[in-house]
Design a protein around this ligand. Structure first.
Ligand code: MSP
Length: 516
């Protein structure tokens, strides 16, 4: 059995979950669900990053202890993911004992191997990034390029990771594993950063205590990024459960946003090398959802919760649960997966969701489900006829399955869904061509309806990773047992699986149209 280990970044708990975090998590969830469907043994990991200055500051601004703050905010992420029907196998919090233990073991190993040394560091630091910058990287000479926040001068006596010793080995690693970092443009970006020369980096702090203490010098805590990256090892038992560790490492797929490329594609493989373990198997770098120049609609402003003086609502103010209230979980998941291909940036707008919802869900999928069940009720006595082996829809179904298999494999949920919508379109077109609603009951009507039900059964299987509740609902309405999740693909998606003779339910519209 193949094993499939996928991770999201672990999110900072300085703030509440927003739709950008949801984008990464829903994509990872759908990919994980697909892999379960094809029979892989899956480990899907997400979690929260709870140490560091940024979190300590958020807690102090709220007037509570860091522990109280992190408990409260981590809960918000756990609840948000439950609300989005995320099926993670593990949720890691970096304040857990298992993580502290792993960080200490892993970094002590690097120290024992001679790649961590004492030194003095001074530099320009962005609190939001929890990272130092060179002056040349700053905007207007003083602002961090990501947050545009003013950097601060920091000087610390601390320990350094000898990143500079890994330049050659990293370049060799990139040459040996051409697919380790994808898309290719991101791989090239990481490589050119490495080729530009690597400097040693400071990895401990004495200026704060909210972190994992350094085992060989307890006045220091590890710099939050060094602690955070190790979460991927904590979850697979590094230093605690060798059997589990060998099963899952290094066969991991890290899904990350483009702003944390350097940490995952330069530091992280180097840290693994320094500790004497294999670097991560693969890193897939996704783009950002942006809220662009257009004035946002009232509803999004409402969803964002604040619009002082008509100011543009920031993406960080859009909470996933408010969108779910307006559209339903599966529509939000669908929008996130379908509209912004992994690897590209995408525009996020309320109007965009409405448009996509009405065209793909209300007019296409929802319409197909209603038509089939209505005509089965009126012309077939509510019992679904069996499909025929020479249906014109058969090749459309086979194509959709083949394309979906390839698309999920290459981390392209949008393309997998596009393929399914090809089959939905073909099935609607076939119904429109035959117009069974105008015919008298009989073999011709049975043939079209049997084939449409079979197409819908395959559609339900193929949309399951993206829209699990809707897939279950279609399955149930067709009178099928259990749930799509118990199927094995591609085997069970081959034409002819629907036996015929089952009661088809005529339910309420699945995706009623929305007003923009
Ligand atoms: N804690 C670090 C990650 C440590 S991983 C070892 C961190 N946290 S974060 O809360 O800032 O989350 C960053 C991730 O959230 C991004 O890499 C991305 O996956 C996701 N997103 C945050 N904002 C986003 C958008 N606007 N658009 C798309 N994804 C976004 O960095």
């Amino acid at each position: 059995m193949a094993r499939f280990f996928i991770t999201t970044p672990i999110y900072y708990v300085n703030d509440a979950p927003h739709v950008g975090h949801a984008y990464a998590t829903v994509n990872a969830d759908a990919i994980a669900r697909w892999h379960r469907l094809i029979g892989d043994d899956v480990l899907f990991l997400t979690g929260t990053d709870e140490h560091g200055l940024k979190v300590a500051q958020a807690a102090s601004e709220a007037g509570v202890s860091p522990k109280e703050w992190t408990d409260r905010t981590a809960r918000r992420f756990i609840d948000a993911w439950a609300g989005l029907n995320i099926l993670n196998d593990d949720f890691i919090r970096t304040t857990e004992d298992r993580h502290h233990e792993t960080v200490r073991k892993f970094l002590s190993q690097i120290y024992d191997n001679g790649f961590i040394v004492p030194g003095v560091f001074s530099g320009l630091y962005c609190v939001s990034c929890e990272a130092y910058y060179n002056e040349s990287e700053l905007e207007e000479g003083e602002r961090c390029p990501i947050h545009r926040r003013r950097v601060i001068e920091m000087e610390e006596e601390n320990y350094f990771f000898r990143l500079s010793s890994f330049e050659e080995r990293l370049i060799e690693w990139y040459a040996s594993f051409p697919d380790a970092v994808l898309p290719e443009a991101k791989r090239n970006e990481a490589l050119s950063f490495i080729r530009g020369g690597l400097q040693d980096i400071s990895i401990t702090r004495t200026s704060l205590s909210w972190g994992v203490p350094v085992p060989w010098d307890e006045k220091h805590v590890f710099y939050v990024w060094y602690d955070a990256l190790v979460n991927y090892l904590t979850a697979v038992g590094y230093g605690r459960d060798d059997e589990m560790f060998t099963l899952w490492w290094p066969h991991v797929h890290h899904l990350i946003g483009k702003e944390i490329l350097r940490f995952h594609c330069v530091w992280w493989p180097a840290m693994c090398m320094a500790a004497g373990i294999e670097p991560p198997g693969s890193v897939f770098v996704h783009g950002w959802l942006l809220v662009g120049g257009e004035k946002l609609s009232k509803t999004l402003v409402k969803a964002g919760g604040s619009d002082e003086g008509g100011a543009q609502v920031k993406l960080t103010q859009v909470a996933p649960d408010l969108l779910i209230g307006d559209f339903g979980v599966d529509a939000v998941r669908y929008h996130l997966l379908r509209d912004t291909p992994l690897g590209s940036d995408g525009e996020f707008s309320y109007e965009g969701i409405v448009k996509r919802y009405n065209s793909d869900l209300a007019n296409n999928l929802g319409n197909l489900v209603s038509r089939v069940s209505t005509v089965v009720a009126s012309k077939c006595g509510g019992i679904g006829p069996a499909p025929s082996s020479n249906s014109p829809l058969r090749s459309a179904a086979d194509t959709a399955v083949d394309q979906a298999v390839l698309a999920w494999q290459r981390f392209a949920p949008h393309a997998a869904l596009e393929a399914v919508w090809g089959l939905i379109g073909a099935t609607n077109a076939e119904l429109e061509e035959c117009e069974p609603w105008k015919l008298d009951p009989g073999p011709e009507v049975d043939d079209v309806l049997g084939n449409s039900i079979e197409a819908l059964r395959i559609i339900a299987l193929l949309i399951y990773p993206a829209m699990p509740a809707s897939a279950d609902e279609i399955w149930r309405r067709l009178g099928l047992d259990a749930s799509p999740r118990e199927s094995l693909l591609p085997r069970d998606a081959s034409w002819g699986g629907y036996p015929g003779g089952l009661v088809v339910e005529k339910g309420a519209p699945m995706f009623p149209r929305r007003k923009a």
